[in-house]
Ligand binder design. Structure first.
Ligand code: 13P
Length: 335
């Protein structure tokens, strides 16, 4: 088994998943503004350190995606943050893209940047303890989007990123996120997501990326958030499985879904059903940002020194998702 495949399995096996705590300072500021906590480096660290030192880290969180600011910070006990995460039995990871920018040639769409100087940055992150990385491509659904141009250029960037990451002995998370914004149907989401993922794998193969040493981080197949034709959770699970079965090569060891604006409960319930119906060899787990942190953040904002109380909320959410990643969750386990 390759070293990269080993890392992937360690992160995702046995009901473990990923905590996506890699919000850029801009996004984190929006989240903190939302709960009336000043967005200072100290507060951003305090909230994140509270999560990273929770007991559920050992059993439920196989990896944590960090932002550049956090990977270089030290905990209140003067531990480096990647060391704290490793001591809890989890793997530190790092977001390495530099954000989605206007796509020249199709200015209403985005292309993710960050390839310039990436090889050097990866060396630095590896030394800081990172075992895996993340790059997110983002796609809108409308009548004419995502365009061929956006699908092609984002797949190309994701593949060049992944090849460089594996060269640096880390596991790349490949995140092509088809957004849920809009009034499209789930069928349209299915079609566009399949096209996006298939194109990504064409490029990954062309760039000689070892598919056993990656994690795919896709969206689930959902109707748009403004759509009148919502589908049931069972249908979400079945369409998501159908899409991944036909567009993801069988060598890929694991899939870790993003939550993408679903509520905490929806994200858990859908993941649970995906695992109940999972007839593939892919591990189906989570790499949630909002769906793991929302309640904990809300609770914490009332008293930012209540570490134990905040950890209790986070531990519960992590445990629920870990059960869902094994198809063992049920609603009556929620508090
Ligand atoms: P959400 O689960 O909040 O969508 O965040 C996951 C993520 O890492 C987006 O890039």
């Amino acid at each position: 088994m390759s070293e990269l495949n080993n890392i992937t399995l360690k992160i995702l096996e046995n009901g473990k998943g990923i905590l996506a705590a890699d919000e850029s300072t801009g996004t984190m500021t929006k989240r903190l503004d939302g709960v009336n906590v000043p967005s200072t480096p100290e507060n951003r660290l305090l909230f994140r350190e509270t999560l990273f030192s929770s007991s559920s880290m050992t059993e439920c969180i196989g990896g944590v995606i960090l932002y550049d600011e956090t990977i270089k910070q030290k905990s209140s006990k003067k531990n480096k943050i990647p060391e704290l995460i490793s001591e809890m039995g989890s793997a530190p990871g790092i977001k390495v893209d530099t954000g989605a920018k206007v796509l020249a040639g199709s200015p209403d769409e985005k292309i993710t940047e960050g390839l310039d100087g990436l090889r050097e940055r990866l060396k630095e992150y590896y030394k800081l303890g990172a075992k895996f990385t993340k790059w997110r491509g983002v796609y809108n659904i409308t009548k004419s989007f995502p365009s061929k141009l956006s699908i092609t250029s984002n797949a190309h960037a994701l593949a060049r990123y992944a090849a460089l990451v594996q060269e640096s002995n880390m596991v790349p998370i490949i995140e092509p996120e088809v957004l849920m914004d809009g009034n499209h149907t789930a069928e349209e989401c299915y079609k566009k997501t399949s096209e996006v993922i298939e194109r990504c794998f064409e490029e990954l193969i062309l760039h000689k990326v070892d598919l056993k040493g990656i994690i795919l981080k896709p969206n689930m197949i959902l109707a748009g958030n403004k759509s009148k034709s919502k589908i049931s959770n069972e249908e979400v699970a079945k369409l998501t499985l159908k899409c991944l079965k036909s567009s993801v090569p069988s060598e890929v060891p694991g899939v870790a879904f993003l939550s993408g604006g679903q509520s905490e409960l929806e994200a858990t319930e859908n993941l649970n059903l995906i695992n109940k119906y999972n007839d593939t060899n892919f591990i189906m787990s989570y790499s949630y940002g909002r769906a793991l942190q929302q309640s904990a953040l809300k609770f914490w904002s009332k008293d930012i020194q209540d570490i134990k109380g905040t950890q209790k909320i986070f531990n519960h959410r992590a445990k629920m998702n870990s059960l869902a990643a094994q198809g063992k969750w049920s609603k009556d386990l929620e508090i």
